[in-house]
Ligand binder design. Structure first.
Ligand code: ADP
Ligand code: ADP
Length: 229
């Protein structure tokens, strides 16, 4: 369960300026597809369309054969865990932010998710533990820390499909390693569409799509792409 299919997907934010010009690919259930390409190629737009932040201008996006426009927003959002590049957190506690959408989760489950996302050590070091506020009045979290909170939320939600936009911002190598490990753990055995900026994701992906100017210009496994270039 959780096969994602893009069929000749076209999209424009502005009708006079096409961004995606007919993309077709499939992410089979449980597999990882990495999307790489230059800045502005349309990679983040692909993830936004799958989450239905925007509707396609042409073509179709299917989940298990069903057009996502025929799925309610509620079930679409339940099926997809999205970890965007710039995570916006609620001005509340880290615990609240991790639990968001899974209000039935026990404290132990929240803590386990925090451990897997590798933000627990950092949280424990703070005076009020998990009750630390992340907003203006409380602790300031770095971009990488916020992304790990979003990863913890996604781990707790455990959706069949993951959409990960790996951060490009200059993270120190230790933080980058931690985020990478957390992303790898959460994507294991789930259908994953990864906007990839890290070599390890690309090496491990079942398929790599090279996107440029709204088109797939190359595709294959890591070794195949290396051999062709
Ligand atoms: P990438 O993720 O590959 O860097 P994006 O999908 O973010 O590329 O952007 C693709 C193109 O769409 C860029 O030219 C960008 O300027 C444009 N774009 C992105 N978001 C919007 C938006 N909300 N409105 C208008 N244009 C946008
Ligand atoms: P990133 O490239 O870091 O993924 P975004 O996806 O947010 O960042 O944006 C990609 C490009 O789209 C950037 O060049 C940004 O300036 C442009 N962009 C984002 N939102 C809009 C928008 N609402 N209108 C026009 N351009 C936008």
């Amino acid at each position: 369960n959780g096969t994602v299919t893009f069929e000749d997907v076209r999209f424009a934010y502005d009708p006079n300026r096409p961004i995606l010009k007919g993309l077709s690919f499939e992410v089979p259930a449980g597999k990882t597809v990495a999307i790489v390409g230059p800045s502005g190629a349309g990679k983040s737009t692909i993830s936004r369309l799958l989450f239905r932040l925007y509707d396609v201008s042409g073509g179709r996006i299917l989940i298990d054969g069903q057009d996502i426009r025929q799925v309610t927003q509620t079930s679409l959002r339940a099926a997809i865990g999205m970890v965007p590049q710039d995570t916006v957190l609620f001005n509340d506690t880290i615990r609240y932010n991790i639990r968001y959408g899974r209000w039935d989760a026990s404290d132990a489950e929240v803590e386990e998710a925090a451990r897997t996302a590798q933000i627990d050590a950092f949280i424990k070091a703070s005076p009020k533990g998990y009750e630390t506020e992340v907003g203006e009045r409380g602790l300031k979290l770095s971009g990488g820390e916020k992304q790990r909170v979003a990863i913890a939320r996604t781990i707790l939600k455990a959706p069949p499909i993951l959409v990960l936009d790996e951060a490009t911002s200059a993270l120190d190598s230790h933080t980058e390693r931690e985020i990478q490990d957390a992303l790898e753990r959460v994507s294991r055995n789930r259908t994953s569409l990864v906007i990839a900026h890290r070599l390890s994701t690309i090496v491990g992906a079942d398929e790599i799509l090279v996107v440029d100017q709204g088109r797939i210009v190359e595709r294959g496994r890591h070794g195949q792409l290396l051999a062709a270039n």
